[in-house]
Design a protein around this ligand. Structure first.
Ligand code: ZN
Length: 320
């Protein structure tokens, strides 16, 4: 690929599609964001991805067909060789393998590579962000769910393809049901979706909270990270209790992973992780301590630096 080659990166999430155009130094020249279609099927999602990337190219002042490569970070079952994405549970009607790379490649006349959304975001922090100076790290993405990425000795570790499921480390025996169908996982306490379900249950049981009032005021249909932050600022007790539980669960799960892997650094990303920032990263660090076997030398803990663009930048690295 030529030195001045432009690359596209798309972070395909369940609620939004973030697209960027980057140069060979990984500088973002243009970006655009679209809501992820909630109805229809893969062709509708692909159409929104195309629009987002075209808009990012326009913002960068380049024609979309000048992109030499396009990387996509996506949830679900990825077969990069076949260029297909399957079982993307958060995307409408996306079960069977769908030729995503082929469709995008045809539209833009570019090479398209697919990667796991959390893996590419971890890679971005490793190469360009908060973990630049480390050779081993654990990326913890605290958002709708809780995802994790692992870099060991400078290389992504994906195991047999599915490593890094930090959100599904059990932290409580016979604990709360997790969206994955198991019980007591980190995500059952810390995933935004699970936290919202807990808040709704508490309200049904008579608890008082401003969470859903703020949601209405903001015209949203779910408890976004911004709504959680606002409720905490207002001293909402239910929100504080659920966030305390979440931090406890993440700290316990991350400590377990550290006892096995002993990484140099923990990078906290994701919608909630980035929104809450340093003070909460420190709280997670404190919550880890009782469970760290070597507690005299804990890993460095940092907030992801690339914020909302990390996933798309990491995707663009797939075609670097
Ligand atoms: Zn689970």
């Amino acid at each position: 690929m030529a030195e001045d080659a432009l690359r596209g990166g798309i972070d395909l999430g369940g609620t939004k599609i973030q697209a960027i155009v980057a140069d060979s130094n990984n500088q973002v020249l243009g970006q655009a964001r679209r809501p992820t279609p909630q109805k229809g099927g893969p062709p509708d999602v692909v159409a929104a991805m195309v629009e987002a990337l075209e808009e990012a190219a326009e913002a960068a002042g380049v024609a979309p067909d000048t992109l030499e490569g396009i990387g996509v970070g996506a949830p679900g079952g990825i077969d990069d060789d076949a260029g297909t994405l399957a079982r993307a549970g958060n995307l409408p009607g996306w079960r069977d393998p769908y030729p995503l790379a082929h469709e995008l490649g045809d539209r833009f006349g570019a090479v398209v590579r697919l990667g796991n959304d959390v893996s590419v975001a971890t890679d971005a922090e490793f190469h360009l962000g908060a973990a630049r100076e480390f050779s081993s790290l654990l990326g913890v993405f605290w958002g709708t769910g809780v995802g994790g990425g692992i870099v060991l000795d400078g290389r992504q570790w994906s195991g047999r393809g599915t490593a890094g499921e930090i959100g599904h480390i059990p932290v409580r025996h016979h604990g709360l049901p997790c969206p994955c169908g198991r019980h007591g996982c980190v995500e059952a306490y810390a995933g935004r979706r699970a936290m919202e379900a807990r808040a709704r249950e508490a309200v049904d049981d008579g608890a008082k909270t401003v969470l859903f009032k703020i949601m209405e005021e903001k015209g949203r249909d779910r408890l976004t990270s911004g709504i959680w932050e606002r409720a905490i600022e207002r001293g909402d007790e239910l929100a504080e209790k659920l966030i305390d539980d979440a931090i406890d669960a993440i700290g316990t799960g991350v400590a377990s992973a550290c006892n096995v892997l002993d990484p140099e650094a923990i990078i906290i990303g994701g919608g909630l992780g980035v929104r809450f920032g340093e003070p909460y990263a420190r709280r997670i660090s404190d919550a880890m301590m009782p469970h760290l076997f070597h507690d005299d030398d804990p890993p460095v803990i940092r907030v992801a630096e690339l914020g909302d663009l990390g996933g798309a930048l990491g995707a663009a690295l797939l075609v670097a």
